[in-house]
Design a binder for this molecule. Structure first.
Ligand code: SAH
Length: 250
């Protein structure tokens, strides 16, 4: 522990009493050269399955490290089940969305290519790295899944029919708070949001989406929000009205 701030690392290895977890070059470098931690110092570990564990550095060099797993500090527990599908935006803003959506509890991040999407390549590894970092620092016990980009039509085909798809519709709709109040009343906790690109949805896309039985368009108010603002607003509102009140608390 450094300056009272706990170092948390996401790892893939299973976590159990007496186990050892090897680290690759990136995490080893981070512990040794960035945080300047050495043998005997404590680190918290989570892998999305086994809860959170206290571990101690057994050995650390520039290229590798070994952590001794000591004891569980938090059991794994259900986390909010809310997806974020969004038309990709430019680099700094998409990094921001991945980080902040993770902090706000998104369980899955899904880039979606729409007609007016201006970005044609998405670096999903980079999205994942941003999500991992945000999960580590926000005390999450999971990292959101990051899906490969899909065209809007493929997303519609693959969308589970029992998951409410809430469409952030800049052309209008019922206020998001009204729709989510209904979700809360009906204990609908499996949801996902869809945010359009900076150029907005094309009219045929909105027509197609609105006809689907699992889609509900919502308005986020009278102003036009940037796509990144809209993405974070919907998650914050969902957490406030639905998420923390049902799925998250024991
Ligand atoms: N350029 C478009 C706006 C796109 S804003 C236009 O001029 O119409 C990017 C995305 O953010 C939209 O597709 C929508 O999903 C979301 N969004 C922005 N403001 C919104 C609002 N007031 N209500 C609902 N969704 C909104």
């Amino acid at each position: 522990m450094k300056d009272g701030i706990e170092t948390r690392l996401h790892v893939d290895a299973p976590l159990a009493v007496g186990g050892t977890v090897p680290l690759g070059p990136d995490q080893s470098h981070y512990l040794k050269n960035v945080l300047r931690l050495g043998p005997g110092e404590g680190v918290a570990l989570f892998n999305g399955r086994d809860g959170e564990w206290r571990a101690e550095i057994a050995a650390v060099s520039k290229k590798s490290a070994e952590l001794a797993v000591i004891e569980q500090t938090r059991p794994q527990r259900p986390e909010p089940d809310v997806w974020l599908a969004f038309a990709p935006i430019k680099r700094a803003r998409i990094d921001f969305v991945a980080q902040k959506a993770t902090e706000l509890g998104a369980s899955l991040l899904w880039p979606v290519m729409t007609r007016h999407t201006m970005v044609d390549r998405v670096n999903t590894e980079r999205l994942r790295a941003n999500a991992v970092e945000a999960a580590e620092q926000s005390d999450r016990l999971t990292v959101p899944d990051v899906r490969d980009p899909a065209r809007l039509e493929a997303l519609i085909e693959a969308w589970p029919e029992d998951r409410a798809l809430i469409l952030a519709d800049e052309t209008g709709g019922p206020p998001i708070a009204d729709v989510l109040a209904l979700h809360r009343a009906r204990a609908i906790t499996r949801a996902g949001f869809l945010i359009g690109p900076e150029g907005g949805f094309a009219e045929p896309e909105l027509d197609r989406l609105r006809k689907l039985p699992f889609v509900t368009p919502v308005s986020l108010g009278a102003r036009l929000l940037r796509a990144d603002t809209a993405a974070l607003a919907v998650l914050a509102i969902w957490q406030a009205l639905v998420g923390e009140s049902t799925a998250y608390h024991d």
